[in-house]
Ligand binder design. Sequence first.
Ligand SMILES: *Cc1c(COP(=O)(O)O)cnc(C)c1O
Length: 240
Amino acid sequence: MVLESVRTAEIVANLADVRQRIAAAALRSGRRPSDVRLVAVSKTYPLADIAAALAAGQTDFGENRLEELWLKVEAARTQQLDAICWHMIGTIQSRKTREAVGPFALIHSVDRAKIAQRLSRDAEAAGCVLDVLLEVNVSGEASKHGFTAEEVLAAGADLLAQPGIRVCGLMTMAPYGNDPERTRPIFRALRTLQEQLRAHFPQGSWRELSMGMTNDFEVAIEEGATIVRIGSAIFGPRNG
Ligand SMILES: *Cc1c(COP(=O)(O)O)cnc(C)c1O
C-alpha cells in the first residue's frame, strides 16, 4: 500500500516556507542554513502526513508521547519509510524510561537526574548508548519541566559520567506567547548556560541547542539554536 496524504501539497508548501525562513534567520546570525536542523513535530498527525514531508526531503520527525512514537516507528517500518530519524521531545515518566530505549536519533527531554540515571541503566541493559539533551527550565515557570541552570551546573559531571547516555547539549521550551521578542532572553540564557557548561565540563560535547518552535524559531536561530522543533507551521494547527 502506498501512503498518500490528501494534504501533500499544503505540507510541501509549508515545509518550503519554513526552510526558507530558517535559512534567512541562519544567515542573519552569521551561520549557514545547514547549521540548523529542522525537526518536524508530527505529534497527532498521521503517518501519511509524515510520508508526504519525507518525500519532500524532510527526514527528522519529533513526537512527544512514547506510545504514539512507537506506533509510528512500527508503522513506518512496515511502510518501508526507513529514512526517518525519530526524535523524542516530550516528558518521559520515570517508570517508562525503558520504552525510551529505541531506534531514536535523539531524546531532547531528559528533565531531571533521575531520568538520566534510569535511561542510562536501561540503555546499558539493552547494550546501547542513547544520544540525549538536557531539558532546562530557563524561565523558572512552575508548570515547565526541566533542570534549573544551577542544577545542571551542579550535576554536570555526574550526568556526563552516565555510561548509557551521551549528553549532546541542551533543550528548552520557552513560555508560550505571541511576542517572540519576549522569549529572546530565554534563548540567550540557554546559550549562556551552554558556554558555562563548556568551561566547567570540557569533557562534554554540549554542541546542540534545541530551541524554537512555530511561534519563535527565527528568534531562537538568531540566538544560536542548532535544532528547531516545528509542528503547526508545517502540518497545520492541532486540535487540542
Ligand atoms: C508540540 C511541540 C513542539 C512544536 O510546537 P509547534 O508550536 O506546533 O511548532 C515543539 N517542542 C515540543 C517539546 C512540543 O511538544
